[in-house]
Design a protein around this ligand. Sequence first.
Ligand SMILES: *Cc1c(COP(=O)(O)O)cnc(C)c1O
Ligand code: SF4
Length: 411
Amino acid sequence: MFKLSVPQPNMLDRNHLDYILAAMKRPETSRVEMRKISELVRTRMNPHPAGQKEENVPQLDGKPVSGLQHKYRETVLFFPSEGQYCHAYCTYCFRWAQFTSVGSEQVFKSSNRDVLLRYVQQHPMVSDVLVTGGDPMVMPASTLRHYLEPLFGPGSPPHLDTIRIGTKSLAWWPYRFVHDPDAADILRLFSEITASGKHLTIQAHFSHPREVEHPVTQEAIRLIRMTGAQIRSQAPLIKHVNDQPKTWASMWKLQSRLGVIPYYMFVERDTGARDFFSVPLTRALDIFSSAYSQLPGTARTVRGPSMSASPGKVCVLGETTINDRRYFVLKFLQSRNPEWSQKVFLAEFDPNASWFDDLKPAFGAKEFFFNEQYQQQKLNVDGGSSGQLCDVDWLAGKGVTSDSGQVDLSM
Ligand SMILES: *Cc1c(COP(=O)(O)O)cnc(C)c1O
Ligand code: SF4
């Protein structure tokens, strides 16, 4: 818990740390300079991983929409302005740029619920809206209601099935649902959503069983489930925090008992203090498999270890040996082109690989099977002024009714 929440000097790369320490030791360094120096170091820490700044920003009426990301056909992410803060500020947060001056010109956020509604209306393939941040549960119930009402109230898009809220509040501020002055309003809002016939799922970030053990957390889980909402749990695998199989096995078991559905184990992304936190893929796979094998079928809903890379969420399914050579077996759990998710593919085994970019295609192939299409889509995006990089068919054909600006992407 301490390393999850309190920055440590050795989270910085040696050169960056020396640079910062030297500046701190110079008596003439002003606060303004110190700030500039730390900003410089931050810009070197890959603040916007997986091309999310350039590649996921959708368009409406030919203009990029801020505060939305649309990478996978079925699911639109919405970043409400008031939710771009967090209960936790995890040291490994992959959205850390949202909270710092590095991200300030490019923070994903929107306070426009009408744009969100219009975007969903114009994309019949979108079944899920995921409200995210930061942590949307830092917002008052009335603000959350303001954003969500058009999505489930009268006249809401009929093709929208599920509203999701990503939050760490169950772990870090469970009082949000139990004692806060508007706790009852939150629960009422949840009940109204499920009564409307839409599904509500809380994507709860739990990194460690300690976070699930607290009685107030368990009470909050009970209250949320009584509204008809489901709670699904996800977290990254983090060295020094949760890199033991027994940690995950006991967390998933306890969650199952409480009615929380284990959903994703992520590989720590290539951003921020990743050298401090990263776990080699082969070790991640061992941890996942060992924990998973201890679970009953009801808890084997969890998938991972999964890497949120530029082309999609890549799951390491396992390792295999062919003619005495070892390979990783991979599969997309989500991909920019939905067809890519239908195929299993192999990469050369590498004991030190800890991210998708470290992997090489098997059997001496120059590139992975999807790469040509992916590069082609990128070219179309650059040539066609749209910031969005998804499969062309669903975007230009099935996905769009009246939004002609999108058709730029068709080949
Ligand atoms: C993970 C993710 C989603 C949600 O994926 P599911 O598999 O549907 O939970 C949506 N958009 C982006 C950009 C994501 O990284
Ligand atoms: S809970 Fe999520 S958004 Fe908040 S600091 Fe942690 S990783 Fe970042």
